[in-house]
Design a protein around this ligand. Structure first.
Ligand SMILES: C[S@@+](CC[C@H](N)C(=O)[O-])C[C@H]1O[C@@H](n2cnc3c(N)ncnc32)[C@H](O)[C@@H]1O
Length: 241
């Protein structure tokens, strides 16, 4: 596994560009987060003292969505980029019980996850940076950090189950981006840029959904399933019994 610092996310300019463009790059980004909120409302309706982890938190947008549902949560936000964590701190402000931790996933695999145990471990568009072995290792580490009854939810990009399906899901992605561009009056070749980043670099290593669901079961999760899919974008996870 290559180190976080060798990846483009170690470069603040790269991460800024992602944040500016995320609503154009990511299919139905708002809906992905609303599914996370609905999940928390449904599975933790009465829970007092809710606690959650956000892995690869970026500017903290996913955590902000959870905090809208559970404002008094204890939360640990982790990212390999100190710059991203600074943005998360700006977005969320100073809040009791919310901490920001600069660590790469590779660090977490070796050292475990600080600040647990949690009711929810959440990640959004970050774990696809690990190879399949790294993903399964991280799922195990996440499992160990959860309370009984705790959930893991991963909003992420997946690879098609076959080359034909990969072609179809990339086409769905392209059509969505074209639709958004038309709605917003953007003329740039956004999808060409997406393809260069997604296919042309070492740092994006989406795994198939089937591999990841099986990996979750292998590490001990129950109720494993996907809860949404549009092209390569999925929400999936499972519960620790
Ligand atoms: C595409 S952004 C997503 C950010 C945020 N979760 C969101 O949904 O907007 C990916 C994030 O994962 C972080 N990241 C990428 N590889 C990582 C690694 N190996 N260890 C820790 N963080 C990583 C990046 O710094 C970045 O903040």
């Amino acid at each position: 596994m290559s180190s976080f610092d060798d990846s483009p996310w170690g470069d603040p300019k790269f991460s800024s560009e992602y944040l500016e463009r995320a609503d154009l790059y990511v299919v139905e980004r708002r809906r992905l987060f609303s599914i996370v909120q609905e999940h928390v409302r449904f599975f933790f309706p009465e829970k007092e003292g809710f606690s959650f982890l956000d892995l690869g938190c970026g500017d903290g947008i996913a955590s902000e969505k959870v905090l809208q549902v559970k404002p008094r949560s204890r939360a640990v936000l982790v990212d390999g980029s100190a710059d991203m964590l600074e943005r998360a701190r700006e977005r969320l402000g100073e809040r009791d019980g919310v901490v920001f931790v600069v660590k790469s996933f590779e660090n977490l695999l070796n050292e475990g996850i600080p600040g647990g145990p949690f009711d929810l471990a959440l990640s959004s568009l970050a774990i696809h940076h690990l190879d399949d072995r790294g993903k399964e290792g991280l799922f195990r580490t996440v499992f160990d950090s959860l309370l009984p009854g705790g959930w893991f939810l991963n909003v992420d990009l997946v690879r098609g189950e076959s080359p034909l399906l990969e072609e179809w899901q990339m086409e769905m992605w392209r059509l969505w981006v074209e639709e958004r561009k038309a709605a917003l009056g953007v003329e740039e070749d956004i999808f060409g840029e997406i393809l260069r980043r997604y296919k042309g670099t070492e740092e994006n290593r989406p795994g198939t959904l089937s591999f990841q669901l099986e990996a979750l079961k292998r590490v001990g999760f129950a109720h494993v399933d996907s809860f949404y899919r549009y092209g390569p974008f999925v929400v999936f996870g499972g519960r620790k019994e």
